[in-house]
Design a protein around this ligand. Structure first.
Ligand SMILES: Nc1nc2c(ncn2[C@@H]2O[C@H](COP(=O)(O)OP(=O)(O)OP(=O)(O)O)[C@@H](O)[C@H]2O)c(=O)[nH]1
Ligand SMILES: [Mg+2]
Length: 469
C-alpha cells in the first residue's frame, strides 16, 4: 500500500510550503494569509510512473482546546474516539476545519506536525500536540523556522519528545535534496511497518535524482555542441559590406546561442519539476547579465593561467591572432582587439570567405562572410559555467519557496565569480579542449570518446554541486 502522510498544524505555520517542497510540487497553494488551506488535498509523489508516496495537505487547527476536550471525553470509553468525534463535528460548522484535517489521520495516514520553530511554544500548540498523541498514530514533528531566531528551539524539542516518535528541522524554503532524503529516512523510523516500503522510496528517490542529473548532463552537452558548431554565412557583393554584414551576422549568432541556452535551461528546470512558479534568478547573479556581456566573460571564462594551458594544447583554442599572454584574463576581451569586428572575428570566426574558398577549392562566385564556429574556448567555458550555475540555482530552489524575502538576500547563494571551472586542473582543461575541438570540427569515433569524457566530468561536477551547501 502507498504510504500516506498528512501535514498538520496551526494555520499559517508553513504546512503547505513544507508539503510543496517535500512533494516537489509547485502547484500547492501557499499564502501569507492564515486559513489559506480549507480542504484536504492529496499530492502523489510519482517516480517512473508509479505512485511511491503521497502527502496530504490539511487546514490548520481552529479550535484545538475544544477538539482536545471532545477527544478526551471519548478516550476512555470508546473504541474509536477519532471516528465518533468526526461524525459529531461534521454537523457543527465551526468545527469544519478541525473535522476535515483529522480525516486523513482517521484513514491511517502518518502525521507530520509542522510548527514555526522561531516563535515560542503556546498553550494552543500543546493542545494540538496532545490531540495528535491521542490519535495514537505514528507521528513526527517538523520545525520549519520562518525567522532566523533559534532561542525557542530547545523548548520545542522538549515538547516534541513527549508527544512525537521523532522530530527534525526542515525548512520549507531552503531544504535541499539531501535534506529531503534525510526527512524520509526519519519517517522510516516512526513506524516499523513503514520501514521496508520507505526504504524502497528512498532508493527510488536517489535513482530518480541520478537520472535527472544524467538527463541534465545530456542537455548541457548537446547545448554546448550546438552552440560551438553554430556557423552562419552570408554572401556579399563587395568588400565594403563585409564589416556591416559581419556585425549583423554576429547579432543573429549571439541571439541564436542565447536562445539555445534558454531552451536548455527550460529543459533542466522541467526535469527538476519547477513547472508553474517562475522563480527569478538571484538579483545579483551573473546569470542576469547578457551572455555576451564582457563582464560575463571576465567572471566565467578561463583564468589567465588556464588560458595559457589551453593555448599550449594547440588547435583552435584561442582566437586566431590573439597574443595569449597579452590578452590574459579580464583585460577587455572585446576591446583588446582594437575593433569590434576584429574581436568578433578572433573570438567567433569571421573571415572573409574569398581566400578560404580558394583554399578549399570551392568556387563561390562571390564573397562570403562567416561567423562561427566558435574559435575561442572561452565561449565554451562561459556557456558551461552559466548552465552549471543555472543547475545549482534550480536544484536549490525549494518548491515551497515563492519569492525572495527582503531579509533573505544574504542567504541567496552568491555565484562564485569564476564559475565552477576556476580551479580546474590542466587535465580537466584538456578534456574540455578535446570536446571543444570535436564540437567545432569532426564527429567520428574519437569524437564520441571526447564527448563521453566530458560528460563524465560534467556529472562529477554536478554531483559536487548537489552535495555542497
Ligand atoms: N521565511 C519563511 N517563510 C515561510 C516559510 N514557510 C512558510 N513561509 C511563509 O509563511 C506563510 C504561510 O505559509 P503556508 O505554507 O501557506 O502555511 P500553512 O500552514 O499551509 O497555512 P494555512 O493553509 O493558512 O493553514 C507564507 O507566506 C509562506 O511563504 C519558511 O520556511 N520561511
Ligand atoms: Mg496551507
Amino acid at each position: 500500500m502507498t504510504p500516506e502522510f498528512a501535514i498538520l498544524g496551526h494555520p499559517n505555520e508553513g504546512k503547505s510550503s513544507v508539503l510543496s517542497t517535500l512533494a516537489e510540487d509547485d502547484s500547492v497553494r501557499v499564502s501569507a494569509t492564515p486559513g489559506e488551506t480549507t480542504e484536504c488535498r492529496t499530492f502523489p509523489v510519482i517516480i517512473d510512473g508509479r505512485e511511491v508516496l503521497r502527502f496530504t495537505d490539511t487546514p490548520g487547527f481552529q479550535n484545538p482546546a475544544r477538539v482536545l476536550s471532545e477527544l478526551q471525553k471519548r478516550a476512555d470509553n470508546e473504541e474509536n474516539p477519532l471516528k465518533t468525534f468526526r461524525e459529531c463535528a461534521a454537523q457543527i460548522p465551526e468545527l469544519h476545519d478541525d473535522c476535515e484535517l483529522l480525516g486523513p489521520v482517521e484513514r491511517g495516514a502518518g502525521i507530520i506536525y509542522v510548527v514555526d520553530g522561531s516563535r515560542p511554544v503556546r498553550n494552543v500548540d500543546r493542545a494540538e500536540m496532545e490531540i495528535l498523541r491521542l490519535t495514537g498514530k505514528p507521528r513526527m514533528a517538523i520545525l520549519n523556522c520562518k525567522e532566523d531566531e533559534t532561542d525557542n528551539l530547545l523548548a520545542w524539542k522538549n515538547e516534541f519528545r513527549k508527544n512525537f516518535n521523532s522530530n527534525r528541522i526542515f525548512n520549507a524554503h531552503r531544504a535541499t535534496y539531501a535534506e529531503r532524503i534525510l526527512l524520509l529516512e526519519t519517517l522510516k523510523s516512526i513506524d516499523q511497518d513503514w520501514h521496508q516500503v520507505l526504504s524502497e522510496v528512498v532508493t527510488a528517490f536517489k535513482k530518480d535524482w541520478a537520472a535527472r542529473n544524467n538527463a541534465t548532463a545530456d542537455i548541457i552537452t548537446a547545448q554546448l555542441r550546438d552552440a560551438l558548431s553554430l556557423q552562419l554565412t552570408r554572401n556579399i557583393s563587395s568588400e565594403g559590406e563585409a564589416d556591416q554584414c559581419r556585425k549583423k551576422l554576429f547579432l543573429t549568432y549571439s541571439k541564436t546561442i542565447s536562445r539555445m541556452e534558454k531552451h536548455a535551461h527550460q529543459r533542466i528546470r522541467s526535469y527538476f519539476k519547477h513547472n508553474i512558479f517562475q522563480y527569478d534568478l538571484p538579483p545579483h547573479s551573473v546569470l542576469n547579465k547578457d551572455l555576451f556581456d564582457e563582464r560575463t566573460w571576465q567572471l566565467l571564462g578561463l583564468t589567465r593561467q588556464q588560458v595559457i594551458i589551453a593555448g599550449g594544447l594547440g588547435g583552435a583554442a584561442i582566437g586566431a591572432g590573439l597574443d595569449v599572454a597579452a590578452l590574459g584574463h579580464g583585460l577587455g576581451m572585446f576591446t583588446a582587439m582594437g575593433t569590434i569586428a576584429g574581436a568578433l572575428g578572433a573570438l567567433f570566426g569571421g573571415e572573409n570567405f574569398s581566400d578560404k574558398a580558394k583554399f578549399l577549392g570551392i568556387p563561390l562566385g562571390g564573397k562570403r562572410v562567416q561567423v562561427g564556429p566558435a574559435k575561442s574556448i572561452d565561449l565554451f567555458f562561459v556557456l558551461l559555467n552559466r548552465s552549471l550555475l543555472y543547475y545549482q540555482h534550480t536544484i536549490n530552489w525549494a518548491h515551497g519557496r515563492r519569492d525572495y524575502a527582503k531579509r533573505d538576500q544574504s542567504l541567496v547563494p552568491i555565484d562564485s565569480p569564476q564559475g565552477f571551472t576556476k580551479e580546474w586542473s590542466a587535465g580537466n582543461i584538456k578534456i574540455c579542449h578535446d570536446f571543444f575541438k570535436i564540437s567545432r570540427d569532426e564527429k567520428g569515433n574519437n569524437g564520441q570518446k571526447a564527448v563521453e569524457k566530458f560528460r563524465q566530468l560534467l556529472l562529477t561536477t554536478m554531483q559536487d554541486i548537489s552535495e555542497s551547501d
